[in-house]
Design a protein around this ligand. Structure first.
Ligand SMILES: [Zn+2]
Length: 217
């Protein structure tokens, strides 16, 4: 409590002092660009993903434009140790995404390589995923998917060998007859979620939907 007085929580955009549990003040909140996508209908995320793999449903919370507040939010979450931002983004998601009795069976976020996890100290998707899990009453599994590569530099070193023998992600246990919601922070080309999706689809008779915090268009 004393820390709240000494170091009050401030709006990440305009620096105004705000309640400790929120991210931006009311004025700046109006500048957050929500996508308002229909999870069950067609939307740009679903269309892009469907070029890569058979997808059930898809949702993106915010747009990720250059110089935007949305971009700043994701940047703070990933690089400025604002892990709790994930909780706020989860709250914003629950206010906008309704599974309407067609809930996925399991929430799975894109993993970091263990070396990167150690460097950053947290996976920016974990709190987000756990908060969604609690709200929707859907289990999560941070261990189901493992990332096999660390960095591009390392991957390039023996690229040819790796391409032949190792895929980027792998599944760590048997999985079948499940509808998995794959969760990532920023959707750009769709390569990452597509790689994870294929591991899940190849593991058994599973279905995949996608949820991303931000869509980079
Ligand atoms: Zn503000």
């Amino acid at each position: 409590m004393i820390l709240d007085v000494l170091f009050p929580n401030r709006c990440i955009h305009c620096n105004r002092i705000i309640d400790s549990e929120i991210l931006v003040c009311d004025l700046c909140f109006n500048q957050v660009h929500f996508t308002h996508y229909d999870y069950f209908g067609n939307n740009p995320i679903k269309e892009k993903c469907s070029l890569f793999f058979p997808i059930e449903n898809a949702f993106a919370l915010i747009h990720f434009e250059e110089e935007s507040l949305s971009r700043q939010i994701i940047h703070d979450l990933k690089y400025r140790s604002r892990e709790k931002t994930g909780k706020v983004l989860a709250e914003w998601t629950t206010e906008r995404l309704d599974f309407k009795g067609n809930k996925p069976d399991l929430l799975v976020s894109v993993p970091l390589h263990r070396k990167k996890l150690k460097e950053r100290g947290y996976n920016q998707l974990h709190l987000f995923t756990e908060a969604l899990s609690e709200f929707y009453n859907i289990p999560f599994d941070h261990e189901l998917v493992r990332r096999n590569h660390y960095s591009k530099a390392q991957a390039l070193k023996d690229k040819k060998h790796r391409l032949e023998t190792v895929s980027t992600f792998s599944i760590t246990r048997p999985l079948t007859e499940k509808h998995i919601l794959v969760i990532d922070d920023v959707f750009t080309t769709g390569n990452t979620v597509s790689s994870v999706a294929w591991e899940i689809l190849n593991a058994g008779n599973n279905k995949v939907s996608v949820l991303v915090m931000a869509e980079d268009v």
